[in-house]
Design a binder for this molecule. Structure first.
Ligand SMILES: [Zn+2]
Length: 108
């Protein structure tokens, strides 16, 4: 119980002092393997920690894209647009590395 949120709740954190831990937590939440404690921490963190919010959006988009690729062997345009909007170019590049270059070419 020694972890306290610094600053007031309305303020966004631009740096995450615990980002590695946060990303593990985010992955666990997305995998559905998070413990109750991790879920609680995640809910607090995701409200005010920008790196965590971005990390979460990116992980989620990648997961969705990978899933839809596995399911349908292609990505619907709506998904691509949403990924572009939510994660930006860095995310697209990360996705392209994760998937394959022919899929990447369809984006442009
Ligand atoms: Zn964080």
């Amino acid at each position: 119980m020694s972890e306290e949120v610094k600053g007031d709740k309305g303020e966004m954190k631009h740096n995450c002092e615990n980002h590695d831990r946060c990303m593990q937590m985010i992955q666990a939440v997305l995998d559905g393997s998070a413990t109750q404690e991790e879920l609680e921490h995640f809910k607090t963190e995701i409200k005010h920690c920008l790196p965590c919010i971005e990390g979460y959006e990116l992980e989620k988009s990648i997961k969705e894209a990978v899933n839809s690729k596995i399911d349908k062997k292609c990505c619907p345009d709506a998904t691509i647009k949403r990924i572009k909007a939510s994660v930006g170019l860095a995310g697209i590049v990360a996705l392209a590395l994760l998937l394959n270059s022919s899929w990447f070419e369809r984006l442009f």
